[in-house]
Design a protein around this ligand. Structure first.
Ligand code: AMP
Length: 308
């Protein structure tokens, strides 16, 4: 039998069920987790392979949705026990969020072991999980072309050493503004990014919510705005969707130079803005690839400079 090629993009992260409360409403048992958001976003551009773990209670409907979007699930482990659960509540500014509860459940014993051909993936996204687990994935992949890692404030406080080890081994590191300041102790973003780049990654992407995002790398920095006129209902997973779409676009193009990074950031901005219009992954499941392509073209025109 001819060998089936593995995914060009592997994404590792959490897969969970979230209870969310925003000023616009509440949702219980929403599909969530960094890998769910990132894979759904990447799936518009490439066929991502998901690496994560779920328990027996994980609804089959989500598995069917992942499959319908072409997400490869060979790396999704299904084990005895309950799925990871998280709940959070947003303040009225939609930027500040409090975690009410984190139940690791099956995630507590998770070892992200890559199946078969996944180890040869040229593009790898280490979604937000414990840096020790991100390192475990890095130890398995064979000379990937481009590796990105995302993180969250929790790990800066509790696993800083491992996080710095991750940084040494990735091409792109993504984090939000306050995390960049916390990790480097520097207030000014360009100064924080310079420090982060000195730790290893060629590119550092700093996400600034409604203020857009900035990429620091060789040469002058790149700035991409958030999509205008987005009606935000649930900001959960915006960063994961941004990173997922960005890596999906890079994997599809097989380019990682500056113009490709700019195109990838614009894709990330459009998908993230779309994703936060409804709770959980609802918006990403609803939109057709054609409509998304239309939105990306419109955003590129709006941004002006031609990134083709
Ligand atoms: P974000 O809004 O980008 O921080 O991503 C939110 C997602 O992260 C939610 O869907 C949660 O299920 C997931 N999450 C929350 N805490 C953790 C954690 N400690 N490790 C991994 N994923 C988490």
């Amino acid at each position: 039998m001819p060998k089936v090629p593995g995914p060009r993009l592997v994404i590792v992260g959490s897969v969970g069920l979230d209870d969310l409360e925003t000023p616009f409403g509440r949702a219980k048992n929403c599909l969530g987790g960094s890998a769910s958001y990132a894979c759904a976003a990447a799936s518009f551009f490439a066929r991502p392979g998901m690496v994560g773990v779920v328990g027996e209670d994980f609804p089959r409907v989500h598995v069917r949705r992942f499959r319908a979007r072409g997400i490869d699930l060979e790396g999704l482990q299904s084990v005895a026990g309950r799925t990871f659960r998280w709940s959070g509540v947003y303040e009225s500014n939609l930027e500040d969020r409090r975690t009410l509860r984190t139940e690791l459940n099956v995630f507590a014993g998770f070892r992200p072991d890559l199946p078969g051909e996944y180890v040869r993936a040229p593009f790898v996204l280490l979604g937000n999980i414990a840096p020790g687990l991100q390192l475990h994935v890095l130890d398995q992949v064979r000379s990937p072309r481009f590796v990105a890692a995302d993180t969250m404030n929790l790990w800066i406080g509790t696993a800083r050493k491992d996080l710095l080890r991750v940084l040494r081994r990735v091409d792109l590191f993504t984090l939000n503004e306050s995390e960049a300041r916390e990790l480097t102790g520097r207030k000014r973003l360009d100064s924080a990014a310079e420090r982060l780049r000195s730790y290893g990654p060629r590119w550092v992407l700093i996400k600034r919510g409604g203020a857009g995002s900035r990429l620091f790398g060789p040469g002058a920095g790149l700035v991409v705005p958030a999509c205008p006129a987005t009606e935000v209902r649930d900001p959960t997973g915006a960063g994961d969707m941004f990173a997922g779409a960005m890596m999906g676009r890079l994997a599809r193009e097989s380019e990682t130079d500056r113009p490709a990074m700019l195109r990838a950031m614009r894709a990330g901005s459009v998908v993230a803005s779309l994703g936060i219009e409804r709770f959980g992954l609802e918006s990403l499941w609803r939109i057709t690839p054609r409509e998304l392509a239309r939105r990306i073209r419109a955003f590129e025109i709006l941004c002006g400079e031609d990134a083709r």
